[in-house]
Design a protein around this ligand. Structure first.
Ligand SMILES: Cc1cc2nc3c(=O)[nH]c(=O)nc-3n(C[C@H](O)[C@H](O)[C@H](O)COP(=O)(O)O)c2cc1C
Length: 162
């Protein structure tokens, strides 16, 4: 076993599932960001967490409204996923640019994404500053899925079936 650079820790923890996070401003503008750093954290009650960089527009919106949707993209959505992960919603409307379709959620203001294979409505219960990211721990309020479930990891370009 040889010691390697600390940065290697991140690549060793891959592959990870790539998801989209939808958030909405107080004024009602919705945004989409791409995220790899998520994890389930409790069965009962159902909870998950996401780590969002402090400088992201999404971090600002989630801090403000304490709500988000986790949308699971299909492998056909690679282009949209990359776009949402390389542009900031501060300057553009990512729903408009990607032509993804928002669907009204049941418990939270951010919309579900119609083209995604699954959507989870989440309400933040705790927020912790962790280095340069904010860890949002959230209660899962509703889960939706559709047929043909495929998960993608954009970093390794792998497709996972489950
Ligand atoms: C595959 C992929 C995974 C990413 N994972 C994360 C992540 O886990 N956390 C994070 O803060 N940013 C992550 N990003 C970067 C954000 O998606 C990116 O900074 C985005 O432009 C933020 O958008 P916003 O400013 O509209 O919130 C990822 C990007 C890609 C392409």
């Amino acid at each position: 076993m040889r010691e390697v650079s600390l940065n290697k820790a991140y690549t060793l923890l891959y592959p990870r599932q790539t998801v989209l996070i939808v958030s909405t401003s107080k004024e009602g503008k919705s945004n989409i960001m791409t995220l790899n750093w998520s994890s389930p954290v409790s069965f009962n009650p159902p909870m998950l967490c996401i780590a969002v960089g402090k400088q992201r527009y999404s971090a600002e919106l989630i801090k403000e409204t304490k709500e988000f949707v986790v949308a699971i993209p299909s492998d056909e959505m690679e282009k949209e996923v990359l776009f949402c992960g390389t542009t900031s919603g501060r300057n553009i409307d990512k729903f408009k640019e990607t032509k993804l379709t928002p669907i009204k959620a049941k418990y939270v203001r951010p919309p579900l994404i119609k083209e995604c294979i699954a959507n989870l409505e989440c309400k933040v219960v705790e927020e912790i500053e962790v280095g340069d990211h904010i860890l949002f721990i959230a209660r899962i309020l509703a889960v939706y899925e559709r047929e043909g479930k495929v998960l993608i990891d954009l970093v390794r370009k792998k497709v996972y079936w489950y």
